[in-house]
Structure formats: C-alpha cells, structure tokens
Design a binder for this molecule. Structure first.
Ligand code: SAH
Length: 479
C-alpha cells in the first residue's frame, strides 16, 4: 500500500540530463588496461630463498631481502604530494607496502586522497553512480527504507545512516520522494558517514541544509535538511554515530572503496602482493617473501569457502575492513534494531583479482599517478554474509539479489510510467535511458547512434543484500 502510494505520488522530479546518462559507471569503462592485466614491467617476484612456510598464527614481516630504493630526496621531482608521501612511507618503512595500504592512502589520505578535495562524480568527474543516473534510484531506496520502518513498528525516532554518501543525491531523492509521509520523515535523524570535507559540503548543499541554533538551550548548532525538515549530522566513521536508537544503514558503492589485500599463489605458497619503488623511482608490484599479517584474514576467508572454490584460483582478494565494518553494522543492528542495505558490484563468493583504477571514465593502470584515479574492487558478498552471521545471533542476512530484481520488485516500472506521463520529450528520453542504466543488462537496444554512446545496464552486475534484526522478519523484497 505504502509502496503504491509513493510510486503514484507526484513528488517533484529531478530529471538527469541525457548527456550525463551516457557516462560510464565504474564497471563499464572503455578499457585501455584493466586490473587483471597488470603490465609485466610493473611486476617483480622477489627471488628470495624463503622456505614454503604455510601461513601460521605467528607472523613476522621480513623486509631485509627486499629492494631498497636509493634516496632521491635531494633530486628535483615532478611527483605529486601523494606520490612523494607514498614513496616516503616505503622508504622509511624500509620496504614495500600492501596493496590495501596503497589503496587507502590513494583514496582517503587526508591531504591528497582521491575523494578528499573534489567532486569526482558525473561528467566533469571520473565515474557515475546510480543515484546520479536517475532520481528513481533514491526514491526506490526510500520505498525500501519506509517498508522496513513499518516492519519495525513505525518507531518515533530512527537513525538513518548513509555510508559514503557522495554528492548526497540518494538521500535528497529519498527525502523528496517520502516528504508526503510525515510520520516517517519526522522520525528520521540523518547521519552522513563521510571522510571527504569537499563532499560533506556538497552533501550539505544538495540536502538543502540550514544551520540553526540548537533548540535545547546549549550552544551547539544543528543542521536541518529543508527538503523534509530532517536533522542531519556528519561523522567520519560509523563508530561516531550515536547508538541506542533503531537504525537503518544504507551503503551504496561504499564497500568497493574499502582497501583490499591481494594474494598470489607462487611456488612457495600464497604470497601477498606489495607495492615497492624501482631504481628509476616508479612504483612496481613485488611479492612478500613471507606470510604477512593479512594472511590471517586470507585464512579466515578460505575457511568460509569450499575447497573447490579455491582450487583453481591463483589470485585472491580479501577485504578485512569490509569484514570488520559488517561486524560493526551487525552488532549495532542486533542491539538497536533496524537493518542495513548494501548495494554494490561484486560476487557472491571469493573475489580473485578485481582491483581497478578509473580516471575520467577510462580504465588506467593502478600504479599510474596515484590519487588522480579512483580505485575500487569487487565486493565479496559471501564474506559479508559470513562476517554478519559470525558476530551476531540477532541478525539475519538476505540476498544478494541483482539490482534489477531488487528495483523491479520495489516497483520501479510503475514509477517510471508515472514520471513519463508528465514530462517533455527530452525528459522522457532521459528517463528511459536512466531506467535502462539501473535495471538493464548490457547495451540498451533502443538507442540509435554510435555504439560507444549506448547506455549500458547495471542491473545484473550490481547486487543488493540486507542485514536486519531478527525481530523485523524478512525485509522486502527478499521474501
Ligand atoms: N554512495 C555514493 C558515493 C559512492 S563513492 C554514490 O553512490 O553516488 C564512495 C563514497 O564513500 C564517497 O563519498 C567517499 O568520499 C566515501 N568514502 C570512501 N572511503 C571512505 C571511508 N573510509 N570513510 C568514509 N567515507 C569514505
């Protein structure tokens, strides 16, 4: 009922321009070199006489046999601040860093990380995401959120948390779509978990926020999104979001930005892929001579897999931050009630070698000019399920299902039809293209013009998974 009412509501429309709909999302860039094709000249297997030690609980990192780059500190260099910083870490540590540490620095270094100082989305940026493709995405997430809130017994106050809200578009569309359902919008406290000060500012603008004096007499200011009169606050980690209230957490294209460790099978067993600096001062991959601390996570991940799943693999990625974050989410939902929705591209099983770099809508080399390109990796949804179930007996995990099934079951077809009834020709084309991008599979069949301009559907490569408190029953549309 609620779903139908929302779909018919003539909420104010946010039509995307059709030009922006033709831009590449992270998984469909025109490829010059992809992650799995690491150029050979970047890769060196360290020829060390390490015995074939199986991973054990006692781990030490022996960097003594690794290459030590010469000190370049007095030579003039064109290196960016971030490149200098990465080279300094490698130099002062006396050896290479893990791919995860590289990824974390490249994306979120507080001074020069990829996300930190700019808007990376859309036409002028590096990639496009579903909320930027069409208003319908945020609206459908709104339908999901309202249904869960109903299943929770319509609590008077809930925390609605978004992890990595980008431009804030998803929540702005969610609030606009839900603004007629006052009981729901009045229950919301929005919490934005965002590490980028530049994106925090954009979120403030897009949520049409005002800052006002606190009502309870203390000197603190509070922010209100004027879209539906909802209080908003910002945090850099989920841990900072207050507990003690039922909580709904949305993570759209957040998990893929969490740092992954990469392992490769060598003659001496599984070795961690690391990043080092060559004599001519460029980055290259090397293999760790001995088990590294992250091997513990590799072992944990492999225990969750069937032997045949691992047997044919010579690369495995693990994401300890994703496992830890999932456990934090599950504990919170297990205690406070509510649920989490995770949507991302990935697999329902072990991920082998997926790390990729994207600059200006094109795949580039992972080691090329770090900080100027996005880095992301496939999400291992099976690891999320196991992490959630391991830590809390009070939550259940549902899915993953494809984005196409998820949005289709929530009623996106009815929504697009309702919007098409009242729009210009240009808006209609934009809506149709956006709809295809969200739920289609492969190139859109209806678009005339050059192939490279055909919108490509994200409907089957993106997956949706929910973690909910057992009390809430099965969330829509996972029944
Ligand atoms: N959800 C948005 C943006 C996805 S991009 C969308 O779909 O459009 C990833 C987002 O997560 C960005 O906002 C980025 O700044 C944020 N982010 C990445 N790593 C983070 C971290 N470790 N902590 C907090 N925010 C992070």
């Amino acid at each position: 009922m609620l779903r139908r009412a929302l779909l018919q509501a003539s909420a104010r429309c946010r039509f995307s321009s059709s030009a922006s709909l033709l831009l590449a999302s992270r998984r469909e860039c025109s490829s010059s070199s992809s992650s799995s094709q690491v150029p050979d000249d970047h890769f060196v297997e360290q020829s060390v006489g390490t015995p074939q030690t199986p991973p054990s609980a006692t781990i030490s990192v022996d960097r003594s046999t690794l290459y030590h780059p010469p000190d370049h500190s007095h030579e003039p260099t064109d290196d960016s601040e971030l490149v200098k910083h990465l080279k300094n870490i490698i130099k002062f540590r006396g050896g290479p860093i893990t791919v995860a540490e590289y990824m974390e620095e490249v994306l979120t270094n507080p001074k020069a990380g990829f996300y930190i100082n700019r808007d990376v989305f859309g036409g002028g940026g590096d990639f496009i995401t579903s909320p930027e493709v069409s208003q319908m995405f945020g609206e459908m997430i709104g339908v999901w959120t309202m249904c869960l809130w109903e299943q929770m017994g319509q609590p008077k106050r809930i925390n609605l948390v978004e992890l990595g809200p980008g431009r804030g578009t998803l929540l702005a569309d969610l609030l606009r779509g839900a603004s007629k359902f006052k009981n729901f919008t009045e229950s919301l406290q929005l919490h934005m978990v965002e590490c980028s000060p530049a994106l925090q500012k954009l979120q403030y603008q897009n949520l049409k926020c005002l800052t006002e004096d606190s009502t309870n007499g203390n000197t603190e200011k509070r922010c209100i999104s004027t879209i539906a009169g909802t209080p908003v606050s910002w945090h850099t980690t989920l841990e900072q979001v207050p507990t003690g209230f039922p909580t709904i957490i949305i993570a759209h294209e957040f998990y893929d930005a969490l740092p992954v460790h990469q392992f490769q099978k060598a003659s001496r067993g599984w070795c961690e892929k690391m990043i080092d600096v060559t004599e001519n001062s460029s980055f290259r991959f090397v293999l760790s001579p001995q088990p590294t601390p992250a091997t513990l996570y590799l072992m944990k991940r492999c225990r969750w897999a069937e032997t045949k799943e691992i047997a044919g693999l010579d690369h495995i990625e693990v994401c300890p931050k994703a496992m830890d974050l999932t456990q934090e989410i599950s504990n919170r939902i297990g205690t406070d009630g509510g649920g989490a929705l995770i949507i991302d591209y990935g697999l329902n099983g072990i991920v082998s070698d997926s790390l990729q770099a994207i600059r200006k809508h094109k795949f580039v080399d992972i080691l090329d000019d770090p900080g100027s390109a996005d880095l992301s990796a496939y999400v291992d949804f099976a690891a999320i399920r196991h992490s959630a179930e391991e830590v809390s007996a009070d939550v259940t995990v549902h899915g993953p299902m494809t984005q196409s099934q998820f949005l289709g079951s929530l009623g996106i077809n009815f929504r697009v039809e309702a919007l098409l009834e009242n729009c210009t020709d240009e808006q209609a084309e934009s809506l149709r293209t956006g709809y295809w991008r969200l739920v289609g599979d492969g190139e859109a069949p209806f678009l005339e013009g050059p192939d490279e301009q055909a919108p490509i559907g994200m409907g089957t490569r993106y997956l949706a998974m929910a973690i909910v408190n057992k009390k809430q029953g099965v969330p829509v549309p996972f029944e």
